[in-house]
Each structure stands twice: as C-alpha cells, then as structure tokens.
Design a protein around this ligand. Structure first.
Ligand SMILES: *Cc1c(COP(=O)(O)O)cnc(C)c1O
Length: 482
C-alpha cells in the first residue's frame, strides 16, 4: 500500500493536533489583536531575505513550517481588523464567519452548480433573498450573486448592463459616473473593452455629490452626437467621504432616458441596517443593479462581495452559455447554477459565512453595530469641532470623517497645512500605532477616518488624535519646506 504521505494525507491525530494549533493561533490573535500594533512595514529586500527560495524538493517538519509562518507571516501583516485601523475601508470581520470559511475550505465545497452542492446553492439563494429584502429589491423576481469583492460585483453589473441595453453592438455606448466614483468601475470598463471616449466623468458639487445638471447636459449632448447613453453609476457611500449621490433623482433620469441604473454601495450599502443610514440611502431600491461588499461593513472576512439585481434573468441572460430568454420565468426559487449568473465556474462557498454569522448573531446585532459606527463618527466630529487644532473638511457621513490639523493660532498657509497633515500621517504610520492615511479633497490634503469597526472605542480615536497633535507640534517646531 502507498504510504499516507504519498496520498498527501496525515494521520488522524496528527491532523487534529495541527488543526488545534491553527485554531489556537487564530483565537490568540482575536483575543490579543488590540494590544498589537496594527501597522507593519517591510521592504522587498527584507521580505526576500526571509522568504525567497526555490520550491523545496523535500518537505520539512509540519510544525516547523507552521511556526515559521505564524511568526513571519501572520504576525507580520498590517491588520485591517484592528480597532486603530482607520484607513481605506477596514475589514472588521467576525469570528463565526472565520470559522465558517474554515469549514467551507475544509470540506472544499464546489459552489458552482446546483448538482455540485444543492445546499450551498440553496444557502446562496436564501442569503441573497435576505439581502434583496434588506435593500427593498423584489425578492421573488430579483436575484444576485456573491463575488470575490466589490470590484468583481461592479464588473459583473456593467457586463450585464451592456448585454441588456446594447446587445453585441456597443461601439457608441456611453457610461456615466461622478469624479468620486470608485476606481474599480473604471477598471471594469477597461476590462470590458470600452474606449476612453465612452466614459463620462461628471463633476461633483461642494458636498461631493454628482452634479445633476452636468449629468443631464452630458446625456443630452451625447445623444445629439449619436452616442448611446446606456449606464449610470451612482455611489452610495463614496470611499473618500461617505457621500451618497442623489439616488432618487438619478433613478428618475435613468427611467426617463432608458438608462441602466447601477449603484455602487460596496462601502456604504450596509448602512441600510441603521435608521440614519436608511434615510441617507433613500432610493437605493430603485437601482437595476446594486453592489454591496459584505467583507467591509457586513463584518465578513475576505473575500465576499455581492451583486444584487432587480431581475435574476438579467444575470442568467448575460452569463449563461445558452440564454433562455423566454423560458425562464419561474422566479429565483428554481435550482440555480450560479456559474450561469456570473464569471466564475468553480467558486468557493461564500454564502456559508454570511449565513452562519447572521444566524448566530441575528440581524439585530449587525444593526446595532452599524448604528454604533455611525454615531461614533458623529461623536468624533463633535470632539474635533470644539478643538482649536482641528478643522472638519467633510463631516461624519456613513462613519467616514475627513479633517485636518490647522491650529487657529498659527495662521498657516494652504501649502503649509498640506505639509503638516502629510507629515502627521507619515509619522503615525512610522509609529505603527494606527493605520491612518491622507486623501485629497478639493485639492487639500486631509486625514481620513473610516470608523466601521464595532470594536473601535472613542478612546482609540482620541488616543490617535492626541498622537497626531504631538506630531503636528513637532512639525511646527521643525518648520516648513518653501
Ligand atoms: C471597496 C470599494 C470597491 C471595491 O471593492 P473590493 O471588494 O475592494 O473589490 C468598489 N466600490 C467602492 C465604493 C468601494 O468602497
């Protein structure tokens, strides 16, 4: 008989011991992550000197390899789930979903077609129905698919929009979005083979919302020139400022013009779970398609994005090999092959973590966490407003806030304010005590906090602000570059 190792197998108790070590390491990380520094720096040279080697012909001791990885990989990565990770859009995650992912991978369930795993497909249908209901989409007619993330959801949406609106002839098709729309939309448009002239970037107003007047002008002029306006992308929570475009007005324009209405709610969509967010997101239910990103504010570990559509046949008619334009009218309760609803054939079982975490915690816990995040950002805004050192550049919106160091007694010039805020962010990163970076708003350098981690306390933010102030004072002493 061939040896166990030749079947890439291990003895049962070896597997158990190894597995318990892995679980123990994950639990230790969860329990102690707050005490660790969120930021890691390393150069390529440093990483090469640790890891670079040829693929070894002979294996090594499993515990030795695990020790090496725990020490040098897991504990030497920047941690976007850390309560002091404020940059980009953090990924707070939750432990139930982490274990669900371990199960999904452990059983290696193929989540492509119904026959591959009926239960996996069913859970994707069930969780998709939860999301359709949460966002006010028609549950019976609507549909959707879990993707690797928001970028893939946007790509899937734009592919469907083009298929449904233009068919095979899209050389004059034009797509619209604001200058605050997420870069993944531009990437998707490039992947789909549109030319640069087929994209209209519409300016935003002082509050970073798309200018409706400029949008209407652009559509009208494009029609005169023989263009075919086919898709408008709204942001429901821009990544920069959390701003929600005027969704209801945009929906109306799309209806009048016969344009596909896609909403990118990758970051902000989940705010619908709170009363405040629900008000801000009014009109989100009017989209043809909606991107949300559970690995952001639905607290799921990477990777899980999601695309919802008003009519499940739109996805099927775009991605299936044999479109059944007329026959498939029975609603999404049928046995769905998700490989017919998106780009991937072999798919990991993403629905499981969403399902298990919502079943375990209940939606109410998610609602409370999102409400907490929104009110925490508002509380931070209050603190900064009454400080003589800080200026709010964009107020707390969907748990994002932009501000800058600009002491009232210093009378700094615009260029100096930019320099000092860049300096603060750099110094904070070097200290590794918080993940905080700048962004540009109205050509000004500002600090940005995205407060979607339910484990972030007001104290975590205030400590970070104090740290920033100490670096601000340092820069004032040091002086400015001319
Ligand atoms: C994060 C984000 C995306 C991209 O999502 P990924 O999951 O990173 O691929 C798209 N749009 C918006 C508004 C985002 O915030």
């Amino acid at each position: 008989m061939r040896a166990t190792i030749d079947r890439l197998e291990l003895e049962k108790n070896t597997m158990q011991k190894y597995g318990y070590r892995v679980v123990d390491a994950i639990v230790e990380h969860w329990v102690h992550q707050k005490e660790k520094l969120p930021v890691t720096h390393a150069t390529r040279e440093e990483m090469d000197s640790l890891f670079l080697e040829s693929a070894p012909e002979m294996g090594d001791d499993m515990n030795k390899v695990l020790d090496f990885v725990l020490k040098n990989v897991m504990n030497e990565s920047t941690n976007l789930s850390h309560p002091k990770s404020f940059a980009f859009v953090p990924g707070p995650s939750n432990y139930i979903s982490v274990m669900a992912d371990a199960l999904a991978t452990g059983f290696n369930i193929f989540s492509g077609g119904w026959s591959g795993s009926p239960a996996a497909a069913e859970l994707e249908i069930v969780t998709m129905n939860w999301l359709l209901k949460i966002f006010g989409f028609p549950v019976k007619q609507g549909g959707g698919i879990f993707t690797s993330g928001g970028s893939m959801a946007n790509l899937t949406a734009i592919a469907a929009a083009r298929r449904l609106k233009c068919g095979d002839e899209f050389s004059n098709a034009i797509i619209y979005m604001s200058d605050q729309a997420h870069s993944s939309n531009i990437k998707a448009i490039r992947v789909l083979g549109f030319r640069k002239e087929q994209v209209r970037i519409i300016p935003t107003d002082m509050e970073f919302k798309i200018s409706l007047n400029k949008l209407k002008n652009a559509i009208a002029k494009d029609r005169i020139k023989g263009g075919q306006p086919f898709c408008l992308i709204a942001s429901a929570g821009t990544t920069n400022t959390g701003t929600v475009d005027p969704l209801e007005d945009m929906a109306k324009i799309c209806e009048e013009e016969g344009i596909w209405f896609h909403i990118d709610g990758a970051y902000g969509g989940a705010a619908i779970l709170s009363d405040k967010g629900k008000k801000l997101l009014k009109g989100i239910d009017k989209a043809n398609s909606l991107t949300v990103d559970p690995h952001k504010w639905f607290y799921q570990p990477y990777e899980i994005g999601c695309l919802l559509v008003r009519d499940h046949r739109w996805l099927k008619n775009t991605f299936t090999e044999k479109p059944e334009y007329l026959r498939d009218i029975e609603g999404n309760t049928s046995e769905i092959n998700f490989y017919d609803h998106g780009i991937q054939l072999t798919r990991r079982f993403r629905a499981l973590k969403f399902y298990m975490s919502v079943k375990t915690f209940g939606l109410k816990v998610f609602r409370n966490a999102v409400s907490y995040n929104i009110s925490l950002a508002e509380r931070v805004e209050q603190e900064l407003r009454i400080s003589e050192n800080w200026e709010i550049v964009s107020p707390a919106t969907l748990a994002v806030i932009n501000f800058r160091y600009n002491p009232i007694n210093e009378d700094l010039k615009p260029g100096q304010i930019d320099q000092i805020n860049e300096y603060i962010s750099k110094k904070v990163l070097v200290s590794r005590k918080a993940l905080l970076v700048t962004t540009i708003l109205n050509k000004q350098v500002v600090l940005r906090m995205c407060l979607i981690n339910p484990r972030t306390e007001l104290m975590d933010v205030l400590e970070t602000i104090n740290l920033c102030e100490s670096f601000g004072i340092q820069k004032l002493k040091e002086g400015f570059i001319k």
